[in-house]
Design a protein around this ligand. Structure first.
Ligand SMILES: NC(=O)c1ccc[n+]([C@@H]2O[C@H](COP(=O)([O-])OP(=O)(O)OC[C@H]3O[C@@H](n4cnc5c(N)ncnc54)[C@H](OP(=O)(O)O)[C@@H]3O)[C@@H](O)[C@H]2O)c1
Length: 237
């Protein structure tokens, strides 16, 4: 097996396990203090990965926001903000989305062989389109990212992507934030879909931290023996 990066899943969900509402409007499941914590986590990573639906629905920039953290990264000899990565089967991605237009780092798009030509034409000049074979597998994506120098990968959703990392046993850490309200609409996207998860009643995940952050709570789970107790500090890199 080839090497793969340390994979950290970052999620905010409602009390009933939803990642979003069912409406077109983006639902904020966090608060300012937690957004700042997420920014710190981002600044300690080499790449951030999201699924194509998140790029389409949320139009995230996925950058390190804090000027201080960007400076610290530069001082450590790193680019100001991590690489951005997405996955698509259909190739329906808008080159004007913030994912592509914000930041001068390379953006990588993995897609199946059948979509490479379409995606390549659509995203010409804004992204590197990588042929993921007949079916894009997250294990192979992780290994390819490792070969590109990614040692720490932050996965920011959505549910389809989290489900694959979890069921395929590719996640080392889960940072789960619970917001103090319900969505109550099964048309909305849940944190994960159906699947066989390595953590079940007979094999419980290891809870390593609980931290109230204003009105939300962060739950941190170690999902593999590669779990890194503490991290960040750019100085440590
Ligand atoms: N609360 C949070 O922390 C959080 C974070 C992120 C997102 N969200 C929410 O989550 C929702 C989106 O979640 P989602 O589960 O619907 O979508 P998603 O995971 O963001 O993206 C799914 C899409 O990614 C592509 N994809 C995923 N796995 C692939 C693979 N193995 N091979 C090729 N393509 C692959 C496909 O794109 P194509 O359709 O282009 O083929 C697929 O439809 C949004 O409503 C967003 O607001 C919430």
């Amino acid at each position: 097996m080839r090497d793969r990066p340390y994979v950290l899943l970052s999620v905010s969900m409602s009390l009933d396990g939803y990642l979003d509402s069912a409406s077109d409007e983006r639902l904020l499941l966090s608060n300012d203090a937690d957004f700042d914590r997420v920014d710190e986590v981002r600044s300690g990573c080499d790449a951030i990965l999201v699924g194509a639906t998140t790029v389409r629905n949320d139009n995230p920039a996925l950058m390190v926001r804090s000027p201080r953290r960007r400076r610290l990264r530069r001082a450590a000899g790193l680019p100001a903000t991590p690489l951005k990565v997405t996955l698509t089967a259909g190739g329906d991605l808008d080159p004007c989305a913030r994912f592509f237009t914000r930041g001068d780092r390379e953006k990588i798009v993995y897609c199946p062989t059948s979509t490479v030509a379409t995606a390549g034409a659509r995203l010409d000049n804004v992204a590197t389109v990588v042929d993921g074979g007949p079916r894009v597998r997250l294990g192979e994506v992780s290994e390819d990212l490792y070969d590109r120098g990614v040692r720490r990968l932050m996965v920011e959703g959505g549910g389809t992507v989290h489900t694959q990392f979890l069921t395929e046993g590719l996640a080392d850490e889960l940072q789960l934030v619970v917001a103090p309200f319900f969505v109550g609409d099964s048309r909305a996207r849940r944190f994960v879909g159906d699947g066989r998860f390595p953590w079940c009643a007979d094999h419980r995940a290891k809870l390593v931290e609980t931290r109230p952050i204003g009105d939300v709570v962060l739950l941190r789970y170690a999902l593999s023996d590669r779990f890194e107790e503490s991290r960040p500090a750019m100085e440590a890199r």
